[in-house]
Write a protein that binds this ligand. Structure first.
Ligand code: SF4
Length: 508
């Protein structure tokens, strides 16, 4: 019988890993060696949020322990790099071949293509099974599917929220318009649940606390790190948060980190949770009368619509996506994204939240963080690097399409059909940030001008012809009819000074 080495990547902690199933059909258990690698090059690639590092490392060690308990021979190795770790494992085990599952990320997959050459033996790369959508890029020249069309196709393919005749339950595919309510004062919000750290996690926390360039406090870590804990997080979300998730999906609050969001993305992206299980759990809650249709549909759209669409478009647009910069944004990311204060209450709160918890929900990412970066013309690569370092759920395949595509429109509209930009008025309507801010969201020039409002009108003026050509931006540009020449000049003069000071790092 052949000796097989099963190489499992750190973000592939699947309950039933295809490489293990494949190997078990080819060889005796005693001839199968499972290799997991803690790559120091990867762990220290960026100044990562320590919660992200603890999550990845603790989940990996728990996964190794679970596989051992199931009877697999597991080698969990610390190495300078993945290549070095796998090279050592090959030298020690001398397998006849290597079996692995295709990585979700571009660089991982390109490396897997070279493994046969690097390690001098055959490599079987199985298709990735972490996603519901195929990662095969559309044929060159094929018409791009919009996210909405893709989502409807996924609902049909996986029979989610459908009537027996195939029509959508409730008569509509999408209840987004009903899911945009601001949070009323004194709305009770379930507390964020924290999982206690066992000996494995405590050990990881001690190690990660000593990483010199990482950020955040490892000792406040409380995320799920096993399949059982991730299952519990899903069950708690369905029971405690899903009923209100839909209506307050776009709401923001200065004193609430999570609101009614699920915070399941870190577990989905590591393979601890399965996307279809999550979607079916939301549908079951609706059908049992435990959650409204608008909430279940909104959550299912995030999982099988948005998340899968990001993955699909990533593979269709890589590697060029990383170089896209449709608005020629070249300004460096302000240092206060990493530390310090901008003076804008909304931005400072969200940035502090990221370095405290490794998380902020999608509207804060879109309408506070990338909205500002679009309006201020910040370099997309720098913005992506910041998100990749700061977020507990950040991986290459999701951040590039979400940040560069949806957030910054750096792809020129290949992923989203319009730039997501707004003035301070939207932030005021959807949050309580402005009440605690030294700026006024309704004012666009002068010392009290909200930077979002100033830069929003400056963006419209600067890019008017291009924005006007986009049917979804037309109504916004029409607002310029009410801005006379003196006001236009005042906006642009103040914006130039504001942005120059931003580039210089001078306090505003
Ligand atoms: Fe943010 Fe402007 Fe509101 Fe201040 S006034 S919190 S900068 S939107």
């Amino acid at each position: 019988m052949p000796t097989l080495l099963v190489a499992i990547l750190a973000d592939q902690l699947l309950r039933e890993h295809p490489a293990l199933t494949y190997a078990a059909a080819q060889a005796d258990h005693s001839d199968i060696h499972v290799v997991l690698i803690e790559s120091q090059a990867r762990l220290q690639l960026r100044p990562y949020q320590r919660h992200k590092l603890v999550l990845v490392l603790s989940a990996l060690r728990h996964y190794a322990a679970a596989l051992r308990a199931m009877g697999w021979q597991v080698s969990l190795r610390t190495a300078d790099s993945w290549r070095a770790g796998l090279s050592d494992a090959c030298a020690q085990i001398n397998p006849d071949s290597i079996v692995t599952m295709a990585g979700a990320e571009y660089n991982a997959r390109r490396a897997q293509e070279r493994w046969a050459t690097w390690f001098g033996r055959p490599v079987v790369v199985l298709p990735n099974r972490q996603f519901l959508a195929a990662d095969v890029p559309a044929a060159p020249g094929a018409k791009r599917q919009t996210m909405e069309a893709f989502y409807r196709g996924m609902r049909t393919r996986y029979q989610l929220l459908l009537e027996p005749d195939g029509s959508p339950v409730g008569g509509s595919w999408n209840y987004d318009a009903e899911n945009r309510k601001p949070l009323p004062k004194n709305t009770p919000i379930p507390p964020v649940y924290r999982y206690p750290s066992d000996a494995i996690t405590q050990q990881v926390i001690t190690e990660i606390a000593a990483y010199p360039d990482a950020r955040g406090d490892a000792t406040t870590f409380g995320l799920a790190v096993t399949h059982a804990q991730a299952d519990d997080a899903l069950e708690r979300f369905i029971r405690e948060r899903l009923p209100d998730f839909g209506r307050y999906e776009d709401a923001m609050a200065a004193d609430e980190d999570v609101l009614f969001h699920s915070v399941l993305s870190p577990y989905l992206n590591l393979g601890l949770l399965d996307p279809l299980t999550c979607a079916r759990a939301a549908e079951a809650a609706f059908r049992a009368g435990l959650a409204p249709l608008t909430a279940a549909e909104g959550f299912i759209r995030q999982i099988v619509g948005w998340r899968e669409y990001m993955y699909r478009r990533y593979w269709e647009l890589m590697p060029g996506l990383r170089g896209m910069n449709a608005w020629n944004a070249t300004r460096p990311l302000p240092a206060w994204f990493w530390q310090g204060q901008s003076g804008m209450h909304c931005l400072d709160t969200v940035i502090a939240r990221v370095w405290r918890t490794g998380y902020s929900h999608h509207i804060e990412r879109l309408m506070i963080l990338t909205n500002f970066c679009t309006l201020a013309g910040i370099d997309p690569v720098a913005v992506n690097e910041w998100f990749l370092a700061g977020y507990i759920d950040a991986y290459d395949w999701v951040m590039w399409p979400n940040v560069s595509g949806m957030g910054l429109n750096a792809d020129g509209g290949l992923i989203a059909t319009k730039p997501y930009i707004s003035s301070g008025a939207y932030i005021k309507r959807m949050s309580n940030y402005c009440a605690g801010c030294r700026y006024d969201p309704a004012v666009r020039t002068g010392p009290d001008a909200c930077p979002y409002t100033l830069l929003y009108w400056n963006f419209l003026l600067t890019h008017q012809p291009r924005l006007q050509a986009n049917p979804r931006m037309g109504p916004a540009v029409l607002g310029l009819r009410h801005v006379d020449d003196d006001q236009r000049s005042a906006i642009q003069t103040q914006a130039v000074i504001w942005l120059e000071r931003l580039s210089e790092g001078t306090e505003q």
